[in-house]
Ligand binder design. Sequence first.
Ligand SMILES: [Zn+2]
Length: 401
Amino acid sequence: MLNDILRATQKNQENAILFLQMLIQTPSPSGEERKAARITAKEMKASGFDEVAVDRLNDVMGTIKGVGGGRSILFNGHLDHVPPGKMDEPYSAKLMNGSAFGVEGEVVYGRAASDNKGALAAMVMAGKIIKDLGIQLKGDFKVAAVSLEEVGGAGTQATIEESGFTADLVVIGEATENRVALGHRGGVGVDIVVKGMSCHASAPERGINALYKAAEIISRIRSGLIPRLPDHPIYGRTSISITQISVKPDTSNVVPEECSFHIDCRNSPDYSIIALVEDLEELIASMKEADPELDADVVTPKRRGTMRGFNGFYTDPEEYSIVQEVKEAVSEALGQETETKLWTFRTDGNYYAWKGTPVVGFGPAEERFSHTNLDHVRVKEYLESIKVYAWLACKICGVKG
Ligand SMILES: [Zn+2]
């Protein structure tokens, strides 16, 4: 049967590339997924999916019903993408030689090629191949093409909470270069708000410049806190980046009375948001001893769930034997041993993992090209991922006859 899948992928190659190009040619920044959702739903129906539903957020949920008696599998890919920025012809979806990006073979270029339309198109094409070959899966084959991933994951959450669209195994399509990912660090963000006293910029001695105070805190975070962030045996190193800064009033000739900056922290379970806040408060307290004028507070986000100790996940092979089955199926489809890895960035996988569902990652494209002006997916990797998704579904869901 694997050979049938390989042949069918080959035969469907042109069609698969066209579908991917059509998706890329349809801009779908977060919140504007409607048109791309329509195209995806239409392709699912044309490919023979038994049920295709679109919810209020333009999440598309397609199902190929199993005949019964098998485990279900759900592939999750996102429709939305980050803005194209200064990309050249971001929605051209042109086929070009990968040498322009230092990679081998042909690539499809364009915004979202690597994140996440390559994987999403492959998921739908895998369903088509299963249908074309008349394979009768025992468990359900599901594809969730979700919205709003790049802005927090409301799409995936709606498919789970409002439509109950889940399965026995979830595969997230974020870029893994066709290796198996088992999780990622958590991500938390806090702000530091520094208060000063404004005055005319021509007489700075009359005020307290909040920006100068903030700069001192930033420099202490870099020299004192960042070097001692913990290393975790599974998740790796906790990181901190200071990403945004703003002043009030935002006026060129006034010494600012307030300055806020944002701290992005990617963490492991042993460095929760609580530990981060404690460290920052301690750092500010120690600075206050030397500078009684310093007035700074750590502000945590009010969003639901953000005070959860840890929002990453790890699907431990020791706990979930299905991980071994996934590795075997992927290795068989690719014809070579596959490795496991962790993503550097976050995904929507945690929303399923928190429910106790095993989640693995597998997607064409390289992490390092996501969100960059060099956004592309290699054709070879894209086609391989179609084979892998189809074969993985056969192995996990089981096949009748
Ligand atoms: Zn993504």
